[in-house]
Design a protein around this ligand. Structure first.
Ligand SMILES: NC(=O)c1ccc[n+]([C@@H]2O[C@H](COP(=O)([O-])OP(=O)(O)OC[C@H]3O[C@@H](n4cnc5c(N)ncnc54)[C@H](OP(=O)(O)O)[C@@H]3O)[C@@H](O)[C@H]2O)c1
Length: 298
């Protein structure tokens, strides 16, 4: 990773050691950035042969990593979603391990789905969560379990995550050449590098006593999928995809896809960016997609 790339990120202090539980899309990218800043990072995946896996952790399997293999960890980031029964896979299996570590900060990647539907209005951390989808109800239960764990927790609530090799550029090929349009509907997003940047910024702030329990990490510009896909098409010099009205598209949508379109909210990042002073690397989808283009292979 080029030196210039890591310039904007705030490094962890010397002798820190970060444990990333569930180094999938976000975890892998965050690990790369934090390693490039000179901090030791350990990553779990469910399969030891998966890229970037330092050790195996699958909450559904009996084997657990030894406590010795996880010693001296100072910071933890859990990227593992709730189990189907609503329990947190990390807390149910690894809490005793975590309690033995000299932890300074534990981050939990949650979702802004916990806010439910605001009918397009802005939503901040001050809004009481009103999850409507079963997966968001499970998510809120996991947040609450982390808060009650006694660990030095901070909850990072994320909207749609995109980044290199997982963005509207790739979605264009999968969109069967069409864009779904639902007037008034917007989605919030965050570029994966801003999850890393914001997490590092927040860790730094906690050392100065600024420790809000919950922080939204979103860009400045919630917008429609149509705008994002049109911009992706422009970057790829492709014709603009055909627009299909939502009412028509509904008929062939999976229940999961449908559940995303049921909720409409704009996620406020005021706490992160104004009160805590984080500068987004990618304040909107245009900047983010231009970055993703560097990694795009058609
Ligand atoms: N994708 C989005 O747009 C979005 C939006 C908001 C919030 N989130 C949440 O933010 C977090 C990170 O998102 P992401 O897209 O980076 O997720 P991801 O790529 O799907 O990574 C999830 C990680 O959790 C691990 N995992 C899943 N179930 C597990 C279990 N039972 N035991 C142990 N490990 C398990 C996976 O293991 P493997 O590496 O072996 O697959 C993977 O490393 C997730 O909790 C996600 O739900 C995602």
């Amino acid at each position: 990773m080029p030196k210039d790339f890591v310039k904007p990120f705030c490094p962890l202090k010397a002798h820190s050691k970060l444990l990333i539980l569930g180094a999938g899309f976000s975890g892998q990218r965050i690990a790369k950035i934090v390693k490039a800043l000179g901090t030791e990072v350990l990553c779990s995946r469910r399969n030891i042969n998966s890229p970037g896996a330092d050790f195996q952790f699958d909450s559904k399997k009996p084997d657990l990593p030894s406590i010795d293999s996880l010693k001296d960890i100072t910071h933890v980031l859990s990227c593992i979603p709730p189990s189907n029964n609503g329990e947190d896979p990390v807390l149910t299996r690894l809490l005793r391990h975590l309690e033995k570590m000299p932890l300074q900060w534990v981050g939990y990647l949650s979702t802004t789905g916990v806010y439910g539907d605001s009918k397009g209005a802005w939503v901040s951390e001050k809004n009481t969560p009103k999850p409507e989808q079963p997966r968001s109800i499970r998510r809120l239960a996991c947040e609450q379990a982390w808060v009650s764990s006694g660990l030095p927790i901070q909850i990072l609530r994320l909207p749609g995550i995109y980044g290199p090799k997982r963005s509207a550029l790739e979605n264009l090929t999968g969109s069967k050449g069409k864009i779904i349009e639902k007037p008034g509907q917007v989605f919030s997003r965050v570029h994966v590098d801003d999850i890393a940047g914001a997490a590092l910024h927040l860790i730094n702030k906690t050392t100065k006593g600024e420790w809000p329990l919950v922080v939204n990490i979103a860009d400045d510009l919630p917008t429609s999928n149509k705008n994002v896909l049109n911009y992706a098409a422009k970057l790829l010099n492709q014709p603009l995809p055909r627009v299909q009205p939502f009412e028509q598209a509904v008929e062939e949508m999976s229940s999961m896809a449908l559940s995303f379109w049921k909720e409409n909210r704009r996620i406020s990042n005021n706490l992160l960016c104004k009160e805590l002073g984080y500068s987004l690397l990618h304040p909107d989808y245009r900047s983010g997609l231009r970055d993703c283009l560097k990694y795009f292979k058609s």
